[in-house]
Design a protein around this ligand. Structure first.
Ligand code: G1P
Length: 332
């Protein structure tokens, strides 16, 4: 099996962090998002890892080559020059895919457990054209929606419907056995007049109309890294899965879970819980909770909670000097 990771998008929902790096390179719980995704794909032992790159691709390629070229058998990067949608990103990878079975894992979704657990669920579905990971969701207009027959056989798929009787959302992990049928559906969409992006959901729907047989499997928990508010939640959840840090700071207190990168300096501070600090950051006289701190950031005299601080950012607070009478109440 080959693994395809579409990772070309600009990640506008994560501005300002994605002004300077692609979304899969945004740091969370000790490494970039793409690192967590690849760690969870290792167990699958794919014949080839195909990463579709685009926006600021060099940063992503450098990171993956440095950390994963010895781990995966073969890594191929496919360039998606124009970002015309998720379906288009699979279409541009068609030569690398050939007629092999594939697993598609979206570049901004992290799942609890490894992808090999999903591969087992797909295998349990028996002979079919493919299986799609799904989860019950509250807001169908934000996801691809699946209508199934109650026995897991998919009858219809609709991308982000305004209204829907089904609340079964597409979770962002797909196993495709019949890749030629999917590629031919994508080709049909590429060649038809359309408004907006080429959706993978629409191509799967076309394949089903042409006779493909798709089934679902349940995804219990997913971490959506696509928005700042959910990124902090992802940070919390992934840190809870990690082993405790053995790092001992000078005159400071670490409240686990925390993840501290290399060459980080922390002095006179309280760090944690749920804090990731990337390489080379310097923290002095600060209290930081539930936050992600980028590499080489400098933080002095700050009290931070639920914050995301970019690489190289400098934050310097002022200590207040007060002369307060008895029984006063002052809130900053
Ligand atoms: C994409 C897919 C959608 C799926 C979602 C999962 O949408 O098009 O079908 O439900 O990922 O996150 P996006 O989040 O890229 O808009």
């Amino acid at each position: 099996m080959k693994v395809v990771i579409p990772a070309a998008g600009a990640g506008k929902r994560l501005y300002p962090h994605t002004y300077t790096k692609p979304k899969p390179m945004v740091y969370v719980a000790g490494k970039p998002i793409i690192g967590h995704i690849l760690d969870k794909a290792v167990d699958l032992r794919p014949d080839e890892l195909i990463i579709v790159v685009g926006y600021m691709k060099e940063k992503l390629i450098d990171y993956v080559d440095e950390h994963y070229s010895d781990i995966f058998k073969k890594i191929t990067y496919v360039n998606q020059e124009q970002q015309l949608g998720l379906g288009h990103s699979i279409y541009v990878a068609r030569e690398a895919i050939g007629d092999h079975p594939i697993m598609i894992a979206l570049g901004d979704m992290i799942f609890k457990g490894g992808y090999s657990d999903f591969a087992k669920l797909h295998a349990c579905n028996g002979k079919c054209s493919g299986s799609i990971g799904v989860k019950e969701i509250d807001n169908p207009s934000r996801y691809g929606i699946v209508y199934h027959d109650g026995d897991g056989r998919i009858e219809k798929l609709v991308e982000k419907p305004r209204e829907s009787t089904s609340h079964t959302g597409i979770a962002g992990v797909y196993f495709i056995e019949d890749t030629p049928a999917l590629i031919s559906a994508l080709e049909q969409l590429m060649n038809s007049p359309r408004k907006g992006e080429v959706q993978l959901t629409d191509a799967l729907q076309l394949a089903i109309q042409a006779g493909s047989n798709y089934r679902t499997f349940e995804v219990s928990s997913w971490y959506d890294c696509g928005r700042p508010e959910s990124l902090l939640e992802v940070n919390r959840l992934l840190l809870a899965e990690k082993t405790r840090s053995s790092w001992k700071p000078r005159n400071s207190l670490l409240i686990e879970p925390v993840c501290i990168g290399q060459d980080v300096e922390i002095e006179n501070s309280i760090i944690g819980p749920n804090v990731s600090i990337s390489d080379g950051a310097r923290i002095t006289s600060s209290i930081i909770e539930d936050s992600i701190i980028g590499s080489h950031a400098e933080i002095r005299r700050m009290a931070l909670r639920s914050s995301i601080v970019g690489d190289g950012a400098i934050l310097s607070g002022k200590a207040n000097s007060l002369n307060i009478g008895d029984s006063s109440t002052i809130e900053f």
